[in-house]
Design a protein around this ligand. Structure first.
Ligand code: AMP
Ligand code: MN
Ligand code: MN
Length: 328
């Protein structure tokens, strides 16, 4: 095994962890497999060090992560007292404090360790390890484990594999280097089950998802001379199919897969008049910048934000924010 990046400053994390009485590991809101996989891998590592560790998020882990060892130990909702008494909090894969979905006062008097690969990270921690060279926060945890001298066990390997697989769109992004594949080989050697991951992440969807997909594809609209593709799903369609946001994960890939499309936009109405917007880009467009203008954030190729009002209003706001990017 070898580290992906040897120049990352992990020592402050080790110092804080060694002094901690209880550590709360937290993922971002609407968690994806990178944040949950990172959370679990840190959990396994700290447990191996004999630390007292708890995992708690605002939102429930997505069903695609339910096969990962120890995922059932992650609690969600209001933070109970037994967790709130933690003296160290480790946030993984969250670009800003707001993404943790917790009142900022929660962190007063605690050491907040912010580990993330978003270039847009606001450095909100008392210790910040931010590195946009990494394809996933899970890959940062792979390096952290080596810094901590914790051997990669099957549980951490599975968690990091899920993080990397999903954040690289199944090893299809420019962030996937030969070193990322070498790391993946280590993960498989350590016991990450590739077939189980594929089965759980890509082949365990509810039949109703495909009802929803029909509505989504029906809404497909190609604009800007074929350079942008738009998909939207209104709240009542989630109600009609009995589904929620996580069940439309991946729909945006249909828009992105169209020849000539530089930017794909997926707008879903999470609650009435509250729209979760996802962007995907192909070079040279940077949707992280577009999402940033709209109060969200993300990476060059994948970003998002939340907007309010009617679909028409939201689409106009997005089109306005896109103008500069499309002149590239
Ligand atoms: P998604 O389209 O939900 O898969 O999100 C793609 C990426 O955009 C995520 O990995 C985050 O980095 C980022 N992102 C999504 N929504 C937000 C938001 N509201 N604020 C900041 N970053 C976001
Ligand atoms: Mn994430
Ligand atoms: Mn990530």
């Amino acid at each position: 095994m070898s580290v992906l990046y040897a120049d990352v400053q992990w020592q402050p994390v080790l110092d804080a962890v060694q002094q901690a009485k209880q550590i709360h590991i937290i993922a971002h809101v609407s968690p994806d497999a990178d944040t949950i996989g990172s959370q679990l891998a840190v959990y396994h590592a700290l447990k191996a060090m004999g630390k007292s560790v708890v995992m708690h998020n605002r939102d429930i882990a997505p069903y695609i992560c339910r096969y990962l060892p120890a995922v059932e130990l992650i609690t969600h909702g209001e933070i109970p007292d037994g967790i709130a008494c933690s003296d160290v909090v480790i946030a993984v894969d969250a670009g800003s404090l707001g993404r943790l979905g917790v009142d900022p006062s929660y962190f007063e008097g605690k050491t907040l360790i912010n580990i993330d690969h978003h270039a847009s990270n606001t450095q909100y921690g008392s210790i910040n390890v931010i590195d946009a060279r990494y394809c996933a926060t899970g890959a940062m945890i792979y390096d952290l484990l080596q810094y901590l001298n914790i051997p990669l066990d099957a549980s951490s390997a599975a968690a990091i594999y899920a993080a990397v697989l999903t954040d690289t769109a199944s090893f299809r992004l420019a962030s996937v280097s030969a070193d990322v594949h070498r790391m993946t080989a280590d993960l498989i050697d350590a016991g990450a089950d590739v077939e189980l991951a594929a089965q759980s992440i890509y082949r365990s969807h509810k039949p109703a998802r495909f009802e929803l997909l029909k509505y989504a594809l029906d809404s497909l609209d190609i604009c800007h001379d074929g350079r942008t593709a738009w998909i939207s799903i209104a709240h009542h369609l989630y109600e009609k199919t009995g589904l929620c946001g996580e069940d439309s994960e991946g729909f945006i890939d249909y828009a992105r897969s169209i020849e000539g499309v530089d930017i794909a936009v997926f707008i879903r109405e999470e609650k009435p008049q509250e729209w979760k917007v996802s962007f995907r880009a192909k070079s040279p467009c940077d949707v992280g910048v577009v999402a940033g203008k709209l109060g969200g954030g993300g990476h060059q190729y994948a970003a998002g934000c939340t907007l309010f009002g009617t679909l028409d209003k939201v689409q106009k706001e997005i089109k306005h924010a896109l103008v500069d990017m499309l002149s590239l």
